[in-house]
Ligand binder design. Structure first.
Ligand code: HEC
Ligand code: HEC
Length: 193
């Protein structure tokens, strides 16, 4: 019995890998200009999306589609207008396509003192859900380590101001973050390269 389950799991994993390597959904062409050819961001304000779990990626897309995430500047607005035109099927397909890609932290400058302060806050308040310094996609809580610094700052400010959906236990913690804490956390995640 155990063996059968194992074989089935292996088959599903192989199929996912095959799909990821070969079937590029047509809609992915719309993403590459901003999120990079391989899902790794080359722009300050744009997150990397390679390797984020299917469930989290799709949830984020639905959040933009439903207007539950901030759409204020030109680039962010693109996420909102674009997802509005995508079907649920396309969103799921894109989420699977990007989840199968390999994540790489962005190479960027950071302040070592701020990163050390951020590491301490992370350990005390965030590490329960964001394990391995925020680099584990199996947490089902996205990937924080190695995301662009400016994007991290924007997101953390939005969470602190309750402008973005988040688990209640995360909200209790982000609500108490000062500007300096937010900067420290962003430098900590950016420092992981
Ligand atoms: C014009 C540029 C642009 C295009 C095109 C674009 N994105 Fe984005 N995307 C962004 C920006 C900027 C953000 C961050 C916005 C914010 O701060 O909420 C983002 C955020 C995301 C997020 C949330 C990631 C996270 O960690 O929170 C996902 C998922 C995503 N995009 C997927 C896609 C997919 C899939 C496509 C193609 C169908 C796409 N994007 C096309 C600019 C773009
Ligand atoms: C109770 C578990 C939990 C705690 C505690 C928690 N988080 Fe999260 N976090 C999540 C989940 C789940 C998500 C992703 C899905 C969502 O938006 O609901 C997330 C998403 C994020 C994101 C967005 C990443 C992206 O791709 O845009 C950031 C940034 C973040 N968390 C930072 C923090 C920081 C900093 C702390 C500590 C001060 C923290 N979280 C504490 C569960 C948690």
């Amino acid at each position: 019995m155990k063996k059968r389950i194992y074989t089935a799991t292996l088959l599903v994993a192989l199929m996912a890998a095959w799909n990821g390597a070969h079937a590029s959904p047509a809609a992915a062409k719309m993403c590459q200009g901003c999120h990079g050819q391989d899902g790794i961001s080359t722009r300050d304000n744009v997150p990397s999306i390679a390797g984020i779990s299917v469930g989290v990626h799709a949830d984020y897309m639905y959040a933009y589609k439903e207007g539950a995430r901030v759409c204020s500047d030109a680039k962010t607005k693109a996420m909102c207008t674009m997802t509005a035109r995508l079907s649920d099927e396309q969103i799921e397909e894109l989420a699977e396509y990007y989840a199968a890609m390999e994540y790489r932290p962005v190479e960027q400058a950071f302040d070592a003192d701020k990163a050390a302060a951020g590491a301490a806050i992370h350990e005390a308040q965030c590490s329960k859900c964001h394990t391995d310094g925020g680099r584990n996609p199996d947490d089902e809580a996205s990937i924080l380590a190695g995301q662009p610094l400016a994007y991290l700052m924007t997101s953390l400010k939005q969470f602190a101001a309750e402008q973005r959906e988040q688990p209640e236990a995360m909200q209790r913690r982000t609500a108490g973050l000062s500007e300096a804490d937010i900067e420290a956390l962003a430098h900590y995640y950016a420092s992981q390269q």
